[in-house]
Design a binder for this molecule. Structure first.
Ligand code: SF4
Length: 500
């Protein structure tokens, strides 16, 4: 679609989690509806917005040095506008305007809808910070994707189902930056998913800080009954079942769940919904009860292990990944060893692991017995080395199997390879060879032929038929016999545990 030649151009710089990535997509959409045009080129941008993360102190420091560099960008051309949003903006508010006098506006995590207005106000010379926390459902009321906005992830899309968190784990800043738990009406979620499927999206990822707490505020606490204005919410598993009925949606994922909110129906959903991907990212944080208690995680190691067993009874091939923190205040070497044992016992396919960093305003920031930074670093390295063994072993156990890959685009490995994700959320790289590279968003059947610690290597099986012409959003089998079984060993992840 042609653009007006004088349209102002915007560039979004995003840090942090999927929630932030999706917030940036929402802001980009709002700006397109306001007549601006996206660009990736800083030199062509009239407006730059930094969407910030404050989950760890490193991310926050990175923002401050980035803002230092953007001072030069802003000064290079009169009329340029600089905005800051996201979690740091929510926490700092107008303190950011004071500290960085060249920042034009600041908006919080509940104020995305105000961004076009703030841009206009900046053009008139006003400097505004809007970080009001809102309990209103209005934040979910956003326009459909503007036709000029290229999908950032062809064939895949995030769908927000809930925001905020009421759990207040002692280390976590999220309840302060994202506010209290609020769920989006089910009809609105289903309508968005239907529109995405109609536009060719094959995989949706449902997003929420504690995504499987979806609906509980109104259902468990009777708020829906007492507040007739709260639109109908349903338990999370029932939402999944409604979404699974949408024609064309091949895959449904959700992230991140909390171990506390897996009820029987959600566990059964993993056995009964074919489009629900066999992967759960299940944050555990520590394998030691003493540490879990100080973290205020509300479960014990045994509860977590029982949940893993129940999930695997429902879906034996389930790939489980997790988040881990080392060096939490008071963590002893014995506690740390329990975390390593938990990795061995569960056989995590992968994990995100971090050294604890105190966040101002959280309960853990006041805890005594900090772990020495050198000790925390050494524990992190030991943990990551163990995880690498498990990941590689899990990947090797996949060699020889078939896998359906949702194509993402050219591989980072280069060399005329493309890459995508299998249903277990593993990256699969495939050599393009003489065949045309499938368009992003296409589902392609491959055979896993090799494994590395970071990804799987796939190959399109040689078949009697010439390669099909593929259209984005269309499921295509290339070179594989139509009756070939899916080929997953339902126990392959557990069989992959080294030494097991
Ligand atoms: S449940 Fe997750 S988002 Fe909520 S406080 Fe704990 S770590 Fe933070």
């Amino acid at each position: 679609m042609s653009q007006p030649s004088q349209a102002r151009r915007f560039l979004l710089r995003t840090h942090g989690c999927q929630m932030n990535v999706h917030d940036s997509e929402k802001v980009a959409n709002l700006l397109c509806h306001a007549g601006l045009v996206a660009t990736q080129d800083p030199e062509r941008a009239d407006l730059t917005i930094v969407n910030t993360c404050s989950i760890r102190d490193k991310a926050e420091h990175r923002l401050y040095s980035e803002l230092g560099m953007l001072r030069n960008w802003k000064a290079a051309q009169p009329g340029r506008v600089l905005g800051v949003g996201g979690c740091v903006a929510q926490q700092e508010g107008d303190a950011l305007l004071r500290r960085f006098p060249y920042v034009d506006f600041v908006f919080g995590t509940h104020n995305l809808r105000l961004v076009p207005t703030l841009v206009e106000a900046s053009a008139r010379g006003n400097r505004i910070a809007r970080v009001d926390e809102s309990g209103s459902l209005d934040r979910f009321d956003l326009p459909e994707r503007h036709p000029d906005l290229e999908p950032s992830r062809p064939g895949r899309a995030y769908v927000t189902v809930m925001e905020g968190c009421d759990l207040f784990c002692s280390f976590c800043i999220v309840p302060r930056t994202r506010g209290r738990e609020i769920s989006r009406p089910a009809d609105s979620i289903v309508a968005e998913a239907e529109a995405l499927a109609a536009a060719g999206v094959r995989e949706i990822t449902l997003l929420g800080q504690t995504v499987n707490a979806y609906g509980r505020q109104s259902i468990d606490r009777g708020r829906a009954r007492n507040a007739p204005h709260v639109p109908a919410l349903v338990p999370f598993a029932r939402l999944l079942r409604r979404l699974a009925e949408i024609q064309g949606l091949a895959r449904i994922r959700y992230t991140s769940p909390h171990p506390l909110f897996f009820d029987e129906d959600l566990i059964r959903a993993h056995a009964e919904i074919p489009s629900l991907c066999p992967h759960v990212h299940l944050p555990v944080q520590s394998g030691a009860d003493r540490v879990l208690e100080r973290m205020r995680r509300r479960y014990r190691r045994g509860d977590y292990l029982r949940l893993v067993e129940r999930l695997r009874s429902a879906r034996p091939d389930l790939a489980i990944t997790t988040d881990l923190i080392v060096g939490f205040p008071g963590e002893t070497d014995a506690d740390f060893q329990q975390t390593l044992d938990l990795i061995r016992e569960v056989g995590f396919v992968d994990s995100f692991s971090f050294k604890y960093s105190p966040r101002p305003g959280t309960a853990a920031a006041r805890l005594p017995q900090p772990v020495e930074p050198a000790e925390a670093q050494s524990r992190l390295e030991v943990l990551q080395a163990l995880q690498r063994e498990f990941t590689l072993s899990a990947h090797r156990a996949r060699v020889g199997q078939s896998a359906e890959i949702l194509v993402e685009g050219p591989s980072r490995r280069g060399g005329n390879q493309w890459s995508g994700r299998d249903p277990y959320h593993r990256i699969v790289n495939v050599a393009a060879g003489p065949r045309p590279t499938p368009p992003p968003g296409t589902l392609v059947q491959v055979r896993i032929v090799d494994a590395t610690p970071h990804s799987l290597i796939g190959e399109i099986p040689v078949g009697p038929d010439p390669p099909a012409v593929m259209a984005s959003g269309e499921s295509v089998r290339i070179g594989a016999a139509p009756d070939e079984p899916h080929g997953y060993d339902r126990h392959h992840w557990r069989n992959a545990i080294p030494g097991a």
